[in-house]
Design a binder for this molecule. Structure first.
Ligand code: NDP
Ligand code: 8X3
Length: 247
């Protein structure tokens, strides 16, 4: 099950897992994109693939979509909590209240709602793997990153909490923290301002969504007795949350 499979990091995750023969449950709000992706993956890899057009912020919708799934589709082996976003880049005293809500509701509450549906089955079956997509923003705080960084720090904390609570049930929990990845992330952050978004990745080679899909695949394919707790993956040209080597 991959949330945020309609774009960015989630899409190549779906491709990679399809290639490995996984049965896929793809989640996002843009159902048309999911539909297209699912058709392509079914044709290319002869896999089973179902889509759920869903806003992870909507508790009722999450419960209803989950409860409407046939039982065999509720037996999730691997959950990739990837859906997330940043909105705006403002000093904290000037932050937009709605931006704050969107980030907190998606990155923290959305991840919790989806996990709350999936984890009881993993616990009962005594197996499963949750991969949460954090960020360099989960490890550091950078100027004007305030609330986004706080939500990603929460993802980091929740990953640690899941690892503790699920320990007796052999459920693995991994967190992958990427630095700058060129996806729709900055276009979304700057609300469609493509020029401003492009500047974020100018003068250096950012990570590609596929680099992160590759890491997810690595983490999930370790032997049963091995869990990769976390990976912090940066572009070679990025030292930390703020320092880039731009040509
Ligand atoms: P994109 O904007 O390219 O993709 C984000 C995905 O999340 C889309 O599929 C989007 O689907 C989905 N999504 C967003 N909000 C919701 C929602 N309310 N309900 C369901 N799905 C939602 O960004 P990325 O691929 O870059 O981001 C993926 C994850 O990686 C995020 O958690 C982000 O914070 C994290 N990350 C990104 C980095 C980067 O530099 N790009 C670096 C570090 C971490 P739809 O709009 O169709 O709902
Ligand atoms: C996305 C990367 O540097 O904008 O999490 O926080 S950054």
């Amino acid at each position: 099950m991959i949330t945020g499979a309609s774009a960015g990091i989630g899409e190549p995750c779906a491709r990679t897992f399809a290639q490995d023969g996984y049965k896929l449950l793809l989640v996002a709000r843009r159902g048309n994109r999911l539909d297209q992706l699912a058709k392509e993956l079914i044709a290319a890899f002869d896999i089973e693939c179902k889509i759920i057009e869903l806003d992870v912020r909507d508790k009722g919708q999450v419960k209803e979509s989950w409860n409407n799934l046939p039982k065999q589709w509720q037996e999730i082996d691997v959950l990739i909590n990837n859906a997330g976003l940043s909105q705006g880049l403002d000093p904290i005293d000037e932050g937009d209240w709605d931006d704050w809500d969107r980030m907190i509701d998606t990155n923290i509450k959305g991840l919790l709602y989806i996990s709350r549906m999936v984890l009881p089955g993993m616990k009962e079956r005594k197996r499963g793997h949750v991969v949460n997509i954090g960020s360099i923003a989960a490890k550091e705080v950078y100027p004007k990153g305030n609330v986004y960084c706080a939500t990603k720090h929460a993802v980091d904390s929740l990953s640690k909490a899941m690892r503790i609570d699920l320990l007796p049930f052999s459920v693995k929990v991994s967190t992958i923290h990427p630095g700058a990845v060129e996806t729709e992330f900055s276009i979304v952050r700057f609300k469609g301002d493509a020029e401003r978004a492009e500047q974020v990745y100018q003068g250096f080679d950012p990570l590609l969504a596929n680099d992160i899909a590759d890491a997810v695949s690595y983490v999930v394919s370790r032997p049963k007795h091995v869990n990769i707790n976390e990976l912090l993956i940066m572009p070679t040209a990025q030292a930390n949350g703020t320092m880039f080597h731009r040509k």
